[in-house]
Design a protein around this ligand. Structure first.
Ligand code: SF4
Length: 215
């Protein structure tokens, strides 16, 4: 049974666009999906209303007053790192209006990526949308045409049929990835290797940052 996220959202319009609550931010390599191996500055926003039982960042579900950072300050730290791109993740980043932050980042010459379960409308300016739907909250239909990348986390073999149902709705340009849920990787990865060989529209995504023990 899915755990309930603790964040209470009284109305999306009441959430601030600037400052934003940040759980953590750091310069590293993107570990997963289309941009695996590429340098990227991660901004992990606090707050999630999806509630996946296997979530590996449950600390991101709640928001604390001391976590709020201004978009200008965040942008300055991203630029100072020397990164060419930023990944805005969570939590569930579409809870927030990201227009001010993404506008500042792009004005500074930074490419902006987002990783989202697609449960709220995208608000902001994005160069790459990684759409990772979850069974625990229905995604919005608009994401099937907005996603540059569909990344489906596979927890059990039955999830493959569910992944196909999402892939069938995506645009022709969307890159399709299957990713083993980390705690099940030893049993699921061999299954996904065979599945991708049999269904080559998919690619395998591995959480390489966890294998390398980097953030
Ligand atoms: Fe965790 Fe992401 Fe699921 Fe939210 S959407 S519960 S952050 S895995």
């Amino acid at each position: 049974m899915a755990l309930k996220a603790k964040l209470v959202i009284p109305g999306l319009e009441t959430l601030q666009a600037d400052p934003l609550p940040v759980m953590e931010h750091f310069y590293t390599l993107q570990g997963e999906g289309s941009w695996a191996g590429a340098a990227a500055y991660f901004i992990r926003l606090a707050g999630c209303d999806v509630g996946c039982h296997w979530c590996d960042v449950k600390d991101s579900w709640t928001v604390a007053p001391e976590q709020y950072r201004s978009c200008l300050d965040l942008t300055a730290e991203v630029v100072a790192s020397g990164t060419p791109r930023v990944v805005i993740t969570g939590g569930e980043p579409t809870i927030y209006d990201l227009e001010p932050l993404t506008r500042e980042l792009q004005a500074a010459g930074i490419k902006v990526h987002i990783e989202t379960a697609g449960v709220h409308p995208l608000r902001g300016h994005f160069d790459w949308v990684c759409f990772s739907p979850k069974k625990f909250k229905e995604p919005l239909p608009a994401f099937y045409q907005q996603a540059h990348e569909l990344k489906v986390v596979i927890f059990r073999p039955e999830d493959l049929a569910w992944a196909e149902s999402h892939a069938d709705k995506c645009a022709d340009f969307t890159h399709l990835y299957l990713q083993p849920e980390w705690s099940r990787k030893d049993s699921i990865s061999p299954l996904l290797v065979q599945y991708v060989k049999d269904h080559p529209r998919w690619k395998l995504s591995l959480q390489t940052h966890k294998y390398l023990d980097i953030p």
